[in-house]
Design a protein around this ligand. Structure first.
Ligand SMILES: Cc1ncc(COP(=O)(O)O)c(C=O)c1O
Length: 363
């Protein structure tokens, strides 16, 4: 049985053009900085400049991963013991963690909440940005919330609040181009609501490796030093920067196909009692299975037997992600497999009949 792998958009494979670009890349030692403050790898420099341009920032810096770019950004803004305003479901908090671990970043989180549309609540954010806070972090699209977007109006409101309190903002824009497409605004409009922004090249854009951190020239110079201390320097990184540049050329506009596939998938697997579908806005379909009588890891394991790979996010949430390798036909097959899975497991999803009357589906 061939598997339809919807675990993550990090599964996107490099295109032939990306592989060719890697082979042909002009390279140098990116760890050696010249008088301009840039490294000596021309392909990396080209990628960093293009990334910064797309974000509307002065400068960019290439990292091997989004995790390291976020960590370096936070450590560049802060010193150990500082308070950082976050939502408990940020990737930085739930998955990456290191910034808030005593043995690594040693930072203290100050929480804000999200509203029913999964956007940060302005009042709660304002309250969290109290005296003594060093940084505020946002995420757009929001991964754990199911790839949902924070509107540009809300982003502006939050940035105005933080700026008024002299709190800089770091944006985890791992999927900022998905947000840009869904909101119908440019990525630089979204990034203009943050002092620093990280975006991933290796997710829906399809590059094999890497993330870019963008901000002012001064900030990026400091972040370059942080990256060095964290061991994040990659030497002839042009080998991966050149395909990433291709990803920026070709990967952004085609995200629309992923969004459409996610919409079709969401439509196809919605409506079952005990399984709530989060609003499908981008390339992520998130099911809340808390009321189904089974856990998300159980769903993940059993669904695999039907040829569909999804990812359990904690005990309650099951995530499906679309990306370039997934076609509309795969979505049709995944929907059919999901229906067969439900039908054949109705017995273990037993409580359904008793609770279907109270069941309310999120559109
Ligand atoms: C929102 C968000 N931020 C950051 C990252 C980290 O990126 P990487 O896997 O490149 O470390 C991810 C990865 O899934 C993510 O979803």
């Amino acid at each position: 049985m061939s598997l339809i792998d919807l675990r993550s958009d990090t599964l996107t494979m490099p295109t032939p053009a990306m592989r060719e670009a890697a082979m042909a890349a002009e390279v140098g030692d990116d760890g050696r900085t010249g008088p301009s403050g840039k490294g000596e790898d021309p392909s990396v420099n080209c990628l960093e400049d293009r990334g910064a341009e797309l974000m509307g920032k002065e400068a960019g810096l290439f990292f091997p991963s989004g995790t390291l770019a976020n960590f370096a950004a936070v450590l560049t803004h802060c010193v150990r013991g500082d308070k950082v305003v976050v939502d408990p479901d940020l990737h930085l908090v739930r998955t990456e963690k290191a910034a808030f671990m005593d043995r690594f970043g040693g930072l203290t989180p100050v929480w804000y909440t999200r509203d029913k549309d999964e956007m940060p609540v302005a009042d709660s954010f304002a309250k969290a940005c109290s005296e003594g806070v060093r940084l505020a972090c946002l995420e757009n699209t929001h991964n754990y919330a199911g790839g949902t977007c924070t509107s540009l109006a809300r982003m502006r409101e939050l940035y105005a609040i933080a700026s008024q309190k002299s709190v800089p903002v770091h944006l985890d824009g791992a999927r900022i181009f998905n947000a840009s497409l869904a909101l119908g605004v440019s990525a630089s409009d979204i990034a203009s609501c943050a002092d620093s922004v990280q975006f991933c090249l290796s997710k829906g854009l399809g590059a094999p490796v890497g993330s870019l951190l963008c901000g002012t020239r001064e900030f990026i110079t400091a972040a370059r030093e942080t990256r060095k201390y964290l061991g994040g320097v990659m030497r002839q990184a042009g080998m991966v920067a050149a395909p990433a540049l291709k990803a920026l050329e070709t990967g952004i506009t085609r995200l629309a196909e992923d969004h459409e596939n996610a919409r079709l998938l969401g439509q196809g697997i919605s409506g079952f009692p005990g399984i709530r579908l989060a609003s499908v806005q981008t390339n992520i379909v998130m099911l809340n299975v808390a009321e189904s009588g089974q856990t998300a890891p159980w769903f993940e394991n059993v669904l695999k037997e039907y040829g569909v790979l999804a990812k359990a996010m904690g005990n309650d949430h099951l995530r499906f992600t679309t990306y370039r390798g997934i076609k509309a036909d795969d979505i049709k097959k995944a929907v059919a497999a999901f229906h067969a899975f439900i039908k054949e497991n109705e017995g273990v999803l037993a409580q359904w009949s008793s609770m279907s009357s109270s069941y309310q589906q999120t559109p």
